[in-house]
Design a protein around this ligand. Structure first.
Ligand SMILES: Nc1ncnc2c1ncn2[C@@H]1O[C@H](COP(=O)(O)OP(=O)(O)OP(=O)(O)O)[C@@H](O)[C@H]1O
Ligand SMILES: [Mg+2]
Length: 352
């Protein structure tokens, strides 16, 4: 259940919430590599400030901790009751798990999913295998590296080629589709060169795109109505891809609709798949799940984001919540309160 003016579960709370993040301003030395979109997943300080302001308005004290190469030093000597984690981590396919793993190691409770859920979700192929066991339909795929160049593909064209473990459409430029084998090998070779990690090759689902937000835990889980990402007629590639370029300039190419113009059954199926994915991974507090729908109305799971972006006025999750009447501050506080309740923080802990 969402309470729009969700008050603190502990009104006299003196909890200190540490907002832990990776910003485009952090000190990362040379660990991020040099692709153009190396910091694409990182937050702006404006987003961090917006989250801080929402948490302060909820009556909590805050400290800000950048999870850059000095993270563990910054963490020392801080009095933290709970961390509000939005950090993306710094390297490897398990990078989103790094901050939760350190927090767990130090015994600091945190909002959002744990390191296992975040690692599996970030490895898209691993996650798709898990989704299949839960009968959640997902496009045909293969994971390919250099040794697969020129080999049989055994999938139906067109194909989309994307890094297996990235987010924010990093590595999904407009030119990520292949319509034949020649083009496929060109794109695969180029991407392996740039990203130096296995690529997920997936059957491209022509058609409509939706995203579903989830908030809460257990009996108090709320699944928002699917929000449609409606592609304009002027897509830079001529194809309906919510690519890196398109996300950067979304006002030019995209409009959003919620509730979407779909049947009750399609809406229910999408919400059921989203919740099933959330539970299959053991996610906590919030997540966003992306879907495509082909011309027959069949729904395919594309990915789950257990750490969805929270940039106000930009990210899909605050946007879809807003459509359902949940403003930005309420959304942030609902995530925090879900975590506080789940973790029983404050009750007899001596923190209040
Ligand atoms: N199999 C597919 N069929 C059709 N479109 C796809 C497919 N896979 C990806 N896309 C398009 O590419 C976009 C980005 O893909 P995906 O969601 O996997 O990447 P991401 O970088 O993890 O995104 P996010 O910003 O949500 O973290 C999708 O929103 C969709 O428009
Ligand atoms: Mg996505």
């Amino acid at each position: 259940m969402i309470e729009n003016d969700d008050p603190s579960p502990f009104p006299e709370s003196k909890l200190t919430v540490a907002i832990i993040f990776n910003s485009k301003n952090g000190d990362y030395g040379d660990v991020l590599g040099n692709s153009e979109d190396a910091k694409a997943e990182y937050d702006s300080l404006d987003t961090v400030k917006a989250i801080e302001s929402a948490i302060n308005k909820g009556g909590y004290k805050t400290v800000l901790i950048e999870a850059d190469t000095h993270f563990t030093e910054r963490l020392k000597n801080q009095q933290i009751d709970i961390a509000f984690n939005i950090a993306e981590g710094i390297r490897g396919r398990g990078r989103e798990a790094q901050v939760p793993a350190v927090l767990n190691f130090c015994g600091i409770p945190f909002s959002g999913s744990d390191e296992t859920a975040l690692s599996v979700a970030l490895d898209k192929a691993m996650c798709k295998r898990l989704m299949s066991t839960y009968e959640i339909p997902t496009p045909g795929y293969r994971v390919m590296d250099r040794s697969d160049l020129g080999s049989d593909i055994n999938l139906s064209f067109p194909l989309i080629i994307k890094p297996n473990a990235e987010g924010s459409s990093k590595g999904i430029p407009d030119a990520c589709l292949a319509f034949d084998e020649v083009q496929f090998n060109e794109v695969l070779r180029r991407d392996l060169e740039i990203y130096n990690e296995p690529m997920l090759v997936e059957e491209f689902i022509e058609g409509r795109e939706f995203t579903v937000g989830i908030l809460g835990n257990g009996e108090n889980t709320h699944v928002f109505s699917p929000m449609e990402i409606i592609f304009g007629k002027n897509m830079p590639s001529g194809h309906t891809i919510y690519s890196f370029e398109v996300k950067k300039d979304y006002k030019k190419y995209i409009s959003y609709k919620c509730p979407a113009d779909i049947s009750k059954k399609q809406e229910q199926d999408m919400k059921d798949y989203a919740l099933r994915a959330f539970n299959a991974l053991g996610c906590h507090d919030f997540s966003r799940v992306d879907f495509r729908m082909n011309s027959n109305g069949d729904i395919s799971f594309i990915e789950i984001n257990p750490l969805p972006g929270l940039a106000p006025g930009y990210s899909d999750f605050p946007m879809l919540a807003e459509f359902s009447g949940v403003g930005y501050n309420d959304l942030v506080l609902s995530v925090l309160h879900s975590a506080i309740r789940r973790l029983n923080i404050g009750e007899g802990s001596g923190n209040l």
